[in-house]
Every structure is written in C-alpha cells, then in structure tokens.
Design a protein around this ligand. Structure first.
Ligand SMILES: [Zn+2]
Ligand SMILES: [Zn+2]
Length: 325
C-alpha cells in the first residue's frame, strides 16, 4: 500500500504524513464538585468518588481514538493536567500527549443543601422500657448510625439533621425514611425490644401527600445477664432479643412475658461460700462482710465465688457461669 499523500510504501497509516495529535481527540474536562462534602456530579448524579476516578470515567466516556491506533496505556498527570496515550500505529510505538483544560465547578450537592436546610423524613425515638438508656446502648446506636450512613454514601438522604437528647431518651432526625428504618431494625436485632412505626403528613407536592415517619424504638427493660422475676420465678436473662431467661432454681428456660427487674448484671455482688448444707450456703456478704444465709441454686464448694442476689429480704446464691457468658 502507498501513502495517498507522499506516495511512500507503507503498511497502514503513513507516520510522516500523520499529525500524531489528531490520533486522539479529547474535549475539555468540566467537573462539578460539592465544596461542602467533596462529592462529584457524574452524569447528573451526585456520587462519593475521588477526582482521579471521575477523570478516568470521563476519559473512557469522552476520548475518541483513531481506529488504527492500538492503545497500550493511558497516563494521567495533574500538574499540569496532561493525558499521555501510549500505543502502536503501523508497527511503530507512539506517544500522544494532550493538554485538555480541567475546569472544576463548585456546586452544593442535594444532600448538603437538604442537610443545611434541616430537611428530615424520619425520626427515630430511642427509648428503654421503664428505665433510662444506658451509655453502651447510646454508643452502639451511634455506631450503627455511622455504619448505615457509610453503606448509603450515595444516598442523597443519608444524613442526620439533628440529635435531640430528652429526659426519656434520644431523638435522631434523618434525611431519609430508609435510614430511620434501617437503624431501628439493626437496634432491635441487637438489643431486642420493639419498633412502633407511625406517620404524619408533612406537606403536599405535585398533588401527593408527603409523610414524615416516626420509628419509636423501645429497648427491653432487661439485658443479658440481668436478674428478673417472671411469674414468681427468679431468672437470669440469657437472650434479651428472644426474650429468654433461665430459672435459677430449676435451670429451665423461661419465656419472658412480663418480667420485673430484680437487679442489673452490672450491680450483682459477689460473695464467697464459707459453709453449705443441702439447701443453704453460708456466705460472706460482699458489702457488710457479715455472714449471710442464701438459698442454694446449684452445687457449690467451700471457697467458691458466687453471685449474691437479694430479693424480698431473701438471699440467693447464683453460680457465676449463669451470669457470665
Ligand atoms: Zn505519507
Ligand atoms: Zn455535598
């Protein structure tokens, strides 16, 4: 084959007569980013990405390449913005260097403008049944919220608008309904308890009612390891989520229907067995150091450390394996 311009015998495109620059066509890069959160608008959607990822995407989308050029590698440099295309044409290695403009436009994303405007679609009211929330429950709730928000990072409603601490618990205001629902489910999965969902009309748009959803999450009054009284039996909670406990005397599993707290796990005292008979063990009282008599709920040896629970002026000795799991 001969080159149509210079007549030289060539295999493919004649490199002498080809402007290398014309082998690759690229427009300027115009990239929109949110100054508040740093996310990028790609094809009309806000996404959490790196600038490099956006540039790579735009290259794959915008770059046009001469059909005779076999591309081996594309190298992007930022200072100054340069795109090098390494490849082969007519069996010769070539490098095409492009200097497109990289223009960054700042625009507040939907999520940030909603967040700044106090937008919310759901409220999670975190409460505990008949008691105050405990520190570890609140800490875990905050962790779960972070996990859910992280997993939903491209969801434009995944944010916390505000957190209000009340005497009876904590209210979390979420941008989206989904976030409120997901966090409530995860809390119940971990701690047990129940969710009550309700909705109120918050306005109208395009002839449709808009709703706000409230998820009232009530954690159970008891936690694993707590001692409760159920139907006259004293039990240790073994699975708060499934409402299961163990009767300290019979060691049978009891389903908790209307349990009353006797003592929290963290407040159960320990004593040491000093004497025993068939029904009773003698213990040193952990607070007063006095000798006390407790009902035996298992076989103990002298010198054993046991948990001591006081209820209705009676003491019960509980083996430590029942409390610590
Ligand atoms: Zn030529
Ligand atoms: Zn933003």
């Amino acid at each position: 084959m001969r080159c149509p311009k210079c007549g030289e015998e060539v295999d493919g495109l004649c490199l002498n007569c080809t402007n290398l620059n014309e082998l690759v066509w690229l427009d300027d890069f115009i990239i929109t980013t949110c100054p508040r959160c740093g996310s990028f608008k790609v094809e009309g959607k806000w996404r959490v990405l790196d600038l490099e990822e956006v540039v790579d995407f735009l290259i794959s989308k915008l770059m046009r390449i001469h059909p005779e050029l076999q591309v081996k590698e594309i190298i992007v440099e930022y200072e100054p913005f340069t795109i090098r295309v390494l490849g082969k044409i007519s069996n010769t290695d070539v490098e095409v260097v492009k200097h497109p403009n990289l223009k960054i436009i700042k625009e507040t994303c939907i999520r940030c403008s909603r967040e700044a405007g106090g937008y919310y679609e759901s409220i999670l009211q975190l409460r505990a049944d008949g008691r105050a929330l405990e520190k570890d429950e609140v800490e875990r709730a905050n962790e779960i919220i972070e996990e859910v928000l992280l997993a939903e990072k491209n969801n434009q409603k995944a944010f916390v608008t505000k957190v209000v601490e009340r005497r009876e618990g904590i209210d979390y205001f979420f941008g989206g309904r989904d976030v409120g629902r997901k966090v409530s489910r995860k809390l119940i999965n971990e701690f047990g308890g129940e969710i009550k969902e309700s909705k109120t009309i918050s306005g109208r748009m395009d002839g449709r009612d808009l709703y706000r959803f409230t998820y009232l999450v009530r954690l159970p009054s008891y936690k694993n390891g707590d001692v409760v009284r159920e139907n006259g039996k004293i039990c240790v909670v073994t699975n708060a989520k499934l409402k299961k406990a163990m009767d300290i005397k019979t060691k049978q599993t009891v389903t908790l229907k209307n349990p009353k707290l006797v003592v929290r796990k963290s407040r159960i005292k320990k004593g040491v067995v000093v004497q025993k008979d068939e029904y009773i063990v003698e213990l040193i009282h952990p607070d007063t150091n006095e000798l006390i008599f407790a009902e035996k709920t298992a076989e103990f040896e002298i010198g054993d450390e046991v948990f001591v629970v006081e209820y209705n002026d009676k003491f019960y000795a509980i083996p430590s394996w029942l409390i610590i799991k």
